[in-house]
Ligand binder design. Structure first.
Ligand code: GLP
Length: 254
C-alpha cells in the first residue's frame, strides 16, 4: 500500500489524476472503475483539463461505475449516471458504448446484478478502480457488516449514508434507500486500486481502514489485503493517522 500525501483537496485531486492518467497512457484501452461523490470531482476536473490540452485520449477507454441508486433513472439529476455525464463523460472523448453503470431502474435485482457482473468479466476485469470512502468506511455502497465475498448486489443504505447523501436532495423523503453496488469482491479483483480521501470528516474512517482490524465493520479495511493500492489523501484526512504516529518515513512521499 502506498500513501501519497497532499496538502489540500486540490493537490490530492492532481496527484490522484496523475495516477489515472498514467494508467490511460500505459494502456489506452484500460478499464477504469469510476466513482461518484464530491471527492473525485477535482480528479475529473484535472483529467478534463489534461484532455483539453491534448495530453489524454479516452477514445478507447472503457469505464465501469461502482454503483447507482435504485429507483433513479439516468436522466434524474441525482443519479450517478447523470453525475458521470455532467462531470466527466460529456467533456472527454469516451465512447458512449464503452460506459457502464448499473441500471437503477431495473426492478429485477438478480437480473441486474448478474448482468453487471457479466459486463465486468467480459471486459477482462478492472485495471484501475477509483474509490472514495464514506464516513462509516464504506466503499462503493458496500456498507458496514456486508459480506466481503459479495459481487454486484442491491444494498439497503444505512442511516449514516442516507444522512450524508441528503445534502444533494430536496428533502429526506427523496433520498433513495437502496442502491445497486459492485461488491467488495469485484473491487478486490481490480488490478489496481486508487482511494482518494479529503477532509477531516474522513480521518477516522481512513485510520480504521488503513490501520484497524480487517473487518466487514469497516468495508475499506479489506484494502489492506490488496497488493496494489494507492491512497491519496490530504492532510485533514490523514490527521488521525498522523496523530497516532502510524505514518512512517517510507510512506511520507512528497
Ligand atoms: C457515496 C458513494 C461512494 C462515495 C461516498 C463518499 O456513498 N457511493 O462511492 O465514496 O459517497 O462521498 P463523498 O466523496 O462525497 O464524501
Amino acid at each position: 500500500m502506498r500513501i501519497y500525501q497532499a496538502k489540500n483537496y486540490q493537490e490530492m485531486s492532481r496527484k490522484a489524476a496523475n495516477i489515472i492518467s498514467a494508467q490511460i497512457i500505459m494502456k489506452p484501452d484500460a478499464v477504469l472503475g469510476l466513482a461518484t461523490g464530491s471527492t473525485p470531482l477535482g480528479v475529473y476536473r484535472q483529467l478534463i483539463d489534461w484532455y483539453n490540452k491534448g495530453d489524454l485520449d479516452f477514445s478507447e477507454i472503457r469505464s465501469v461505475n461502482l454503483d447507482e441508486y435504485k429507483g433513479l433513472a439516468a436522466d434524474n439529476d441525482q443519479s450517478y449516471a447523470y453525475f458521470m455525464q455532467a462531470n466527466l463523460f460529456s467533456q472527454v472523448n469516451i465512447r458512449p458504448e464503452n460506459i457502464y453503470i448499473p441500471n437503477g431502474m431495473e426492478e429485477d435485482i438478480p437480473l441486474e446484478c448478474s448482468r453487471y457482473n457479466s459486463i465486468i468479466r467480459s471486459l477482462g476485469g478492472i485495471d484501475l478502480q477509483l474509490l472514495g470512502i464514506g464516513n462509516n468506511g464504506h466503499i462503493g455502497f458496500n456498507e458496514p457488516g456486508e459480506a466481503f465475498e459479495l459481487e454486484t448486489h442491491c444494498v439497503k443504505l444505512t442511516e449514516n449514508t442516507i444522512q450524508a447523501n441528503a445534502r444533494f436532495f430536496d428533502s429526506m423523503d427523496d433520498v433513495p434507500r437502496y442502491a445497486y453496488s459492485t461488491g467488495i469482491k469485484n473491487i478486490m479483483q481490480a488490478r489496481g486500486i486508487l482511494l482518494a480521501a479529503s477532509g477531516e470528516a474522513k480521518a477516522e474512517a481512513l485510520y480504521k481502514a488503513l490501520y484497524g482490524p480487517i473487518s466487514p465493520a469497516v468495508p475499506a479495511s479489506i484494502l489492506q489485503l490488496h497488493n496494489n493500492v494507492y491512497i491519496v489523501a490530504d492532510e485533514a484526512a490523514l490527521s488521525l493517522i498522523r496523530e497516532k504516529g502510524c505514518l512512517d518515513a517510507e510512506e511520507e512521499r512528497p
